[in-house]
Design a protein around this ligand. Sequence first.
Ligand code: IPM
Ligand code: MN
Length: 366
Amino acid sequence: MSKTTTRRIAALPGDGIGPEVMRAALEILTAIGERFDLSFEVREGLIGGAAYELHQEHFPEETQTLIANCDAILFGSVGGPIEESTAEKWRDCEKNSLLGLRQRCCFHANFRPARVYQALQERCPLKKSIIGEGIDLLIVRELLGDLYFGTHETKEEAGVRVARDEARYTEEEIRRIAHTAFRAAQQRKKQLTSVDKANVLDTSKLWRAVMEEVGTVYPDVSLAHMLVDNCAMQLVQNPGQFDTIVTSNMFGDILSDTAAVLPGSLGLTPSASFNEKGFGMYEPSGGSAPDIAGQGVANPTAQILCVALLLRYSFGLDEEAKTIETAVEGVLDDGFRTADIACTGEVAISTAAFAAEVRKRILRTS
Ligand code: IPM
Ligand code: MN
């Protein structure tokens, strides 16, 4: 893509804090456009409860058309308050929106990084002795197979209710995520840990065998295998040992939530999903946080860092991405805190004020 190309981004703010952190992130995108003389075309679409209000659907046709005609998706968050989860507007909202998007765009890979910022070590729930040299890991989660997309069934057998969910992987699906993960590890410290339950599950035995096969194509990356129960333990006991982790859909869902709390707040970490063509969607790791929505206090860091990932992975704009990451780190180093990461006695600033600090550093106006 040349400098003058207009890059089309579909912004799907969604529910809860989604719209306010999206606003902050789009300001950062504008600042990058100004500083680097780049042009972005942002089109907003409805998703989740916000879409349901107008279309009685969580992932309406209109949004499907929008994303079919863009170069990347910037996603906010979806879902409503737990106490209203049975209301029609919110029932299956996350599932319909997220699984709909994943299936529609064939997002087979999900990158969920977790790092502990120097300035926020105090906020990590682990002891300093465990954090050690620091934590900087990436979970690569397979996103289109396993228990999520196998057959689901609830029936009655001899008067007893029985439910069944099929875990299924083809070797092609495993090979596809294996290549993605090995390539991701190549960009990092070249240490890949494949996580499975090969002492019990057939899907895991196949997973392990295919990981080994694909590993021969990447001799520069060291591959280790770990059982998922051990990995859950190691993520808490010694997370510094991990560089890149690759795992199945279900295990990845669980392990990535464990990793997501390490930075100290769910508002800090971006994530990305990709299909085989490299088309990507960027989404904060945390949810819609309806309890603090609309108050202007949410941490916009994850959504802002999503913009950095979008620029890097969808548009190859690495310098621009680094500029955002450095600016965010600068803001944290200078002691600015939103409420979720402020320690007792520290003054918390608003979503907009935090974004303004990031913007200033990008535009070097102070
Ligand atoms: C996530 C979410 C989704 C998942 C749910 C909402 C379907 O928990 O993105 O991790 O399980 O993948
Ligand atoms: Mn999850």
